[in-house]
Every structure is written in structure tokens, then in C-alpha cells.
Design a protein around this ligand. Structure first.
Ligand code: ASP
Ligand code: MG
Length: 244
């Protein structure tokens, strides 16, 4: 059994960030950007699940939440608005991935991570309340008894006021680390566009070597000094419980 943490599709998070900027500066661009993101997701969902699939309505409902925000004048603080809008990328992608699994005959269940990971209300850089998150992750243990895979969002969480928060850009790996810790997972696998941890960034260096083994300390150091393959916060919870 596995918990699958899926991030937003492709460049969606960047596009949503641009949308937030446009809305906050009261530019009409925001609606245009939203339309592009929507169409991109509809195409993707249709390609995976089929034309006219009910998942399209679910996606539409998610994007309506952004439409509602865009209809209102700007009142709330930037970072708060950012989290409410950018989080939709994660919710949308996981909806489609989970549905695809189900359509393929896999016993998958979509989980709203905001019911599990609790943070403070420092929007865009929220800090995890480990005690409550640990307690709430029992919900996942129960779900894993009836499902083969749980598909959920990375990077997003919820504050005690029940508003959506985010854990910092590229935070999906960190979410996987949080769960692995809370659920005493056997291992965490991070899927990226590289075959594994390399000794250098392949976009910069033509010749790179795949590292077959790496200690937690070395990995933390690499992440700290900017190796984008791992989010710096991801490894600490894993190291504490010696999770592979
Ligand atoms: N979608 C978020 C981002 O692009 C989180 C992640 O990818 O880890 O930053
Ligand atoms: Mg992402």
C-alpha cells in the first residue's frame, strides 16, 4: 500500500502565481490566465479519463473557487490570497490522477490533505503542527486498510482557522516526508525528471554521475546548498526515523 503525493501539473503553480499577481494588481489578465489553466486541465483530464467524463465537472467546481475570488475586490493580504488560489493546482491534479487510477481498476482514494496536515497561519511558509498532524494521520492508516493507494496533494495544508496554507515552493517532497514520519513508512520515493540523485545539475553539466548511495547528512547538505532535487526540509523527518 502507498500514499501518493502528487503536485500540480507541469507549470501550473507558476501560472497560478502569475494569476495571483495579476488579480492583486487589479489587472484583467487574471481571467485570461485562469482560462488557459482551465483548458489545459480539461484537455489533460479528457486525454486520461475520456471526453465527457464526470471528473470534468469536479475540475470545473475547483476552478469556480478561483472565479469567485476574482469577482471580488481585493481586500485580503497577498500571502493569504496566494495560498487560497495556488492550492487549486494541487487539488486539480490529484483529482485527475486519482480518477485515472480508479478508471484503471486500481483501488485508489482521493484525500484532501487539508484534513490531515495542520499548520500555523504563516501563509506561503506555514509551519507544521506535528502533534495534531500526527494524530490526524491515523485517518490515513484507516483508509489504507481499504484502499491500495491514497492519492493526495503535496505542498498544501490547513490552518487552525480552516484556511488553506502552503509549505513553501517545491514543498511536495516535504509533504511526503511528513507523512512518512507520521505513518512510520518503510520508504519514500521521490519521482523527478532525473534518474536519481546526481553529483551535479544535468542542466548545467554535461557529464554527471548517479549516486547509488547517499547519507542523510550529505543529502541534507546538498539540498541546503541548492540541489533542487530535494526540498531542504524533506530529509529531517526521514532521518529522525531512519526511513529509506
Ligand atoms: N506545486 C508546488 C510548486 O511547484 C509544489 C511542488 O511542486 O512541490 O512549488
Ligand atoms: Mg509543483
Amino acid at each position: 500500500n502507498a500514499v501518493i503525493v502528487t503536485s500540480a501539473k507541469g507549470k501550473t503553480t507558476n501560472a497560478l502565481e502569475t494569476l495571483v499577481k495579476a488579480y492583486m494588481s487589479e489587472s484583467d489578465e487574471a481571467n485570461k490566465i485562469l482560462e488557459e489553466i482551465k483548458q489545459d486541465h480539461f484537455q489533460y483530464a479528457q486525454a486520461l479519463c475520456g471526453v465527457g467524463h464526470p471528473i470534468l465537472n469536479e475540475l470545473n467546481d475547483l476552478f469556480v473557487e478561483i472565479e469567485w475570488i476574482l469577482e471580488d475586490p481585493v481586500i485580503d493580504p497577498y500571502d493569504y490570497v496566494y495560498d487560497q488560489i495556488v492550492s487549486i493546482g494541487e487539488l486539480a491534479s490529484t483529482k485527475v490522477v486519482s480518477q485515472y487510477f480508479v478508471d484503471q481498476g486500481i483501488k485508489a482514494n482521493w484525500l484532501d490533505i487539508r484534513d490531515v496536515i495542520l499548520t500555523d497561519n504563516r501563509h506561503r511558509e506555514a509551519r507544521v503542527d506535528w502533534e495534531i498532524t500526527q494524530k490526524r494521520s491515523n485517518k490515513i492508516k484507516t483508509l489504507l486498510e481499504s484502499y491500495d493507494v491514497i492519492v493526495t496533494q503535496g505542498y498544501i495544508a490547513s490552518s487552525s482557522e480552516n484556511f488553506t496554507t502552503t509549505l513553501g515552493r517545491e514543498g511536495s517532497d516535504y509533504t511526503a516526508g511528513i507523512f512518512a514520519y507520521c505513518l512510520n513508512a518503510d520508504s519514500v520515493t521521490i519521482w523527478k525528471d532525473v534518474p536519481g540523485v546526481l553529483n551535479a545539475d544535468p542542466r548545467v553539466f554535461a557529464e554527471t554521475t548517479l549516486l547509488e548511495h547517499i547519507s542523510y547528512e550529505e543529502a541534507i547538505e546538498m539540498a541546503f546548498y541548492g540541489a533542487s532535487v530535494i526540498h531542504p526540509k524533506t530529509l529531517q523527518p526521514l532521518e529522525r526515523k531512519e526511513i529509506k
